[in-house]
Design a protein around this ligand. Structure first.
Ligand code: ATP
Ligand code: MG
Length: 213
């Protein structure tokens, strides 16, 4: 059985593709076969894959009509879906096929507000299925020692979904990795970013293990 992890937030630039590429790689380094379905018509991750060296997770484009079949025919143990920055059928279908939905949010109101439709549909789906998918916020691109970074935890705490303790800080290594077909796990000198991604991987795996209970 393939495990599906979708990375969704209709807000553009919240960090979906960055999380998808780095997390898929982190899972591979943990021994899970991982691939990415690129559900964004901008095809950021598909372009990333064209630049990628050997060893990076495979990327295949997907669309709303094909996502179910794309997931069903996946051969890796974990499939990551990089969502579209729009209120899109693809995102809803991905959510329904998911074991886990990760919602990247920058430490700002608009990223959180724009995820509210998604939160409602996750809630409805969980009621229908008895608790699937699991879902969590991931704070991304935070700027350390700012009020926004320290207050976001409280803001997100008002929602029904948990927030991972692990966050990404704003670091140039993430932008460099996405622009050059690699990940922060493969870049010399990106140890802090690597540690952030490894912690997010660990905490997301922990949430997935809980779906097995
Ligand atoms: N932690 C970070 N630190 C610095 N830059 C980051 C970080 N995360 C993402 N970025 C940069 O921010 C921009 C947006 O990130 P990304 O493309 O991952 O977001 P997205 O949600 O996939 O965007 P879209 O909605 O357009 O698909 C990119 O240029 C990326 O390199
Ligand atoms: Mg993207």
């Amino acid at each position: 059985m393939t495990t599906v992890v979708s990375i969704l937030n209709q807000k553009g630039g919240s960090g979906k593709s960055t999380l998808a590429t780095n997390l898929a790689r982190a899972y591979e380094l943990e021994g899970y076969g991982a691939q990415i379905l690129d559900g964004d018509s901008q095809r950021t991750v598909t372009e990333w894959a064209k630049l990628a060296n050997e060893g990076m997770p495979t990327v295949t484009p997907t669309t709303a009509p094909t996502i179910k079949e794309d997931v069903d025919t996946a051969t890796s143990s974990v499939v990551f879906v990089d969502g579209a920055p729009a209120h899109d059928t693809l995102n809803v279908r991905a959510m329904k096929l998911s074991d886990l939905v990760l919602i990247p949010v920058r430490a700002s109101g608009p990223d959180i507000w724009s995820s509210e439709d998604l939160l409602d549909s996750i809630q409805t789906r969980r009621e229908e299925t008895g608790g699937t998918p699991r879902a969590a916020f991931v704070v991304c691109q935070q700027i350390a020692r700012t009020n926004l970074a320290s207050e976001i935890g409280d803001v997100l705490g008002a929602y029904a979904l948990p927030t991972l303790d692990a966050r990404t800080n704003h670091r140039v290594a993430y932008a460099e990795a996405l622009s050059s077909g690699t990940t922060v796990l493969d870049m010399p000198g990106a140890k802090k970013a690597e540690d952030e991604i490894r912690r997010i991987a660990e905490q997301s795996l922990e949430l997935l293990r809980r779906t097995d209970e």
